[in-house]
Design a protein around this ligand. Structure first.
Ligand code: NOJ
Length: 698
């Protein structure tokens, strides 16, 4: 146990037992806006402490906030500076809502393409997830709000998330699943939220080895560890494992007479099971099963974070909400996260093109997926609004097919109301496929907007687009060979019609600025700056396309693929992914000069924009290790990246510094190990588009 700062120590010593307990177990927020609430201790000028969701913007209950794009879109920018800006804006909005801790970022590795929460996460790659996650934490905390990195750890699926055990070996944990958490701890994150699942049989809230030995002792984490909501299993086990704060702490009290027999739907925690860090913790301290010093440490950790953000000084906290700079930022992130998957030259569109805008939801901004990250914006812009405002030619709209049903965690929750109303300003007329085909046939170009439907607490059954959307795309493409498909998805989707269309734009869930961002990219006002943070491939070719691995058998998800997740897997198979990790086209063209290795592990390469327009390039460095007998290693691993914008004819030298970790593997006996030998550093545009190589001896 680390010693708390003297002023915190002094404050803890003044607290009564009941007051201490009130600082480690949540209670109801009298204002009803917080997701989690501590009442504070008025007697000692300890104010209330409010925690609020989430990664895509602030979800203060009953309030509006800027709806930023999905975290996967932020990560697709490959730009930590941009992520930091977004996070700072979210924190200012949290403050404006009177909140003190943001329940973000989510940094779990995208292991399973079907996972319903991939849109809240960052990448299949630990270096990208670490760099973006670290920046998000820095941004949040730069505005004196506590960041909460979640969900620690190996929470990679929603199916049976409250019971499943992720069975994973230590090397895989160390190399893949833990690094983003470690990066945020190094960045000084104030809080870590444990996951609902078990790891190797032990529930995460009881996992002393991971929570105390690793997170607190080995990594030196000095903030507080908070449970996921209704995510504590035990009192004694959790307190002794190192949990510091139970949230929300108050049980839901079902009104129904037969509530006892109620069966909680899969993926929904039992919300009657709460208050374990209230009187049960007092009893456990009294009977000696939890040391009293543990409670003091829990309290000191919570107070330490309140002090760090200035809450104990009583200073006035002024935030910022829905300002012009936040609106612009939401749009900028949406553009920068947009990935141009295919373009046969049709894009950018000419200003005066007559466009048919087709799709069941073109009248509505795609804000996010379902669940605790749902943010209700002050205003949003649909694709129709965005294109009509920008186009000089005509924009004809047709829905084509029935709406895609959205799913939300809140529809699954018993006894609880919530969730966002997706305002859809669509006309009442029945959608018709033939109207869509006619509109497309009579236009210079057809833009078909399609989406998946993902939510917390559910995984997707399939990577195919739901409803009749594939049919819609094919029918439109048959009517107009200048068809552009705009995908909105929380992860990889299958694109069976890709050879029949002229361009594919992936915009994830773009948030409130949807229409503006889309128009900006389609008409070429700005380059789509995104690159894929996850591999797109046919569903059956992923390493988790086996029940034992996902969703698991007999309550266990076996991580048998080990470190071979995402491109690390596809590099070892004969299957070419549909779109590799790191892929994304630009409207500009870049030429790479010779790469050189400098002393100290820095690689320099010059990049020139040889096109007649400004564009954004993401330079990626992958390391190929030497082979060592008996050790399986991925063919290549991302080691660093740099996103840069270049004017026509401009050239710049990019420096990528590769630290020891970039060359290391985790050896369970020796720890992080750099094998002696020759390493190849690939300078690439994606995991499959290598432009330059340099060799480095280690
Ligand atoms: C459960 C989710 O897993 C977590 O991410 C969220 O912050 C809490 N609920 C609070 O809504």
């Amino acid at each position: 146990m680390a010693d708390p700062p003297p002023e915190i120590d002094a404050l803890v010593s003044e607290l009564t037992r009941a007051e201490k307990l009130s600082l480690v177990c949540g209670t109801r927020d009298p204002d009803g806006t917080a997701t989690g609430y501590l009442a504070g201790v008025g007697r000692l000028d300890i104010p209330p402490f409010r925690l609020v969701d989430g990664p895509l913007g602030v979800r203060a209950e009953g309030e509006r906030s800027t709806a930023f794009p999905a975290s996967l879109a932020t990560a697709a920018s490959f730009d930590p500076d941009l992520a930091r800006e977004q996070a700072a804006a979210m924190a200012r909005e949290a403050t404006a809502h009177g909140q003190h801790a943001l329940l973000a970022p989510g940094v779990n590795i995208v292991r399973v393409p079907h996972c319903g929460r991939n849109f809240e996460y960052l990448s299949e790659d630990p270096v990208l997830a670490s760099d973006i996650g670290r920046a998000l934490v820095e941004g949040i905390q730069s505005e004196d709000v506590v960041a909460t990195v979640k969900h620690f750890v190996a929470n990679n699926q929603e199916t049976s998330r409250t019971t499943v055990s992720s069975d994973v070996d230590e090397r895989t944990l160390r190399e893949l699943y833990l690094p983003p958490f470690r990066a945020t701890v190094e960045a000084g994150v104030g809080s870590v939220m444990t996951a609902y699942n078990r790891v190797n049989g032990t529930h995460m809230s009881d996992h002393e080895t991971l929570v105390t030995d690793l997170l607190k002792d080995e990594w030196g984490f000095d903030g507080y560890v908070v449970s996921d909501w209704y995510g504590l299993e035990t009192t004694v086990g959790a307190a002794n494992a190192g949990m510091d704060l139970e949230m929300p702490g108050v049980p839901v009290e079902p009104e129904a007479d037969d509530a006892d027999e109620f069966e909680w739907p899969d993926g929904i925690p039992d919300a009657t099971h709460a208050g374990l860090f209230g009187s049960p913790l007092a009893a456990a301290i009294d009977d000696g099963s939890v040391p009293a010093a543990r409670l003091d440490d829990m309290v000191a950790r919570v107070l330490g974070q309140m002090a760090r953000i200035g809450l104990l000084d009583g200073a006035e906290r002024t935030g910022e909400l829905d300002s012009q700079r936040h609106r612009d930022l939401a749009e900028r992130v949406a553009v920068r996260g947009t990935v141009l998957l295919e373009n046969d030259g049709i894009l950018p569109l000419s200003d005066d093109a007559d466009v048919a805008l087709v799709g069941p939801h073109v009248h509505e901004a795609k804000l996010g997926g379902g669940g605790s990250s749902e943010t209700t914006p002050f205003h949003s812009q649909s694709p129709v609004d965005g294109l009509k405002e920008r186009a000089a030619g005509s924009v004809t709209t047709a829905r084509g097919i029935d709406a895609i049903e959205s799913v939300s965690l809140f529809d699954l929750l018993p006894f609880v109301e919530g969730g966002r109303d997706d305002a859809d300003s669509a006309p009442e007329s029945e959608p018709s496929l033939s109207d869509a085909v006619d509109a497309a046939a009579n236009a210079d170009a057809a833009v078909v907007v399609v989406r998946d439907a993902t939510t917390e607490a559910r995984d997707r059954d399939t990577l195919s687009l739901p409803g009749r959307q594939d049919e819609l795309v094919s029918a439109v493409a048959a009517a107009n060979d200048r068809t552009i498909v705009v995908l909105r998805s929380g992860g990889p989707v299958e694109t069976p019609w890709r050879d029949d269309v002229a361009a594919i734009v992936q915009s994830w869930y773009p948030g409130q600025a949807d229409g503006d961002a889309l128009a900006s990219v389609l008409y070429g006002d700005r380059d789509p700056g995104g690159r894929l943070p996850v591999t797109f491939a046919p569903a059956e070719t992923y390493p988790t396309s086996d029940d034992r691995r996902f969703p698991g058998v007999d309550g266990v998800a076996h991580y048998d693929e080990g470190i071979f997740v995402g491109y690390r897997h596809f590099d070892t198979t004969d299957t070419d992914p549909t779109y590799p990790f790191g892929h994304g086209r630009s409207y500009a063209t870049f030429e790479y000069g010779d790469a050189v290795a400098l002393d100290g592990g820095t690689i320099e390469v010059s990049i020139e924009n040889v096109a007649g327009r400004r564009g954004r390039e993401v330079v990626q460095a992958y390391v190929r290790p030497p082979s060592v007998d008996g050790i399986d290693r991925p063919h290549r691993e991302l080691a660093g990246f740099e996103s840069l914008s270049l004017s026509p004819g401009e050239s710049r030298t990019v420096s990528l510094s590769l630290d020891d970790l970039a060359f290391s593997r985790y050896d369970t006996d020796r720890g992080w190990t750099v094998d002696t030998g020759e390493y190849t550093v690939e300078i690439a545009r994606s995991a499959q588009d290598v432009r330059e190589t340099v060799r480095i001896e280690r």
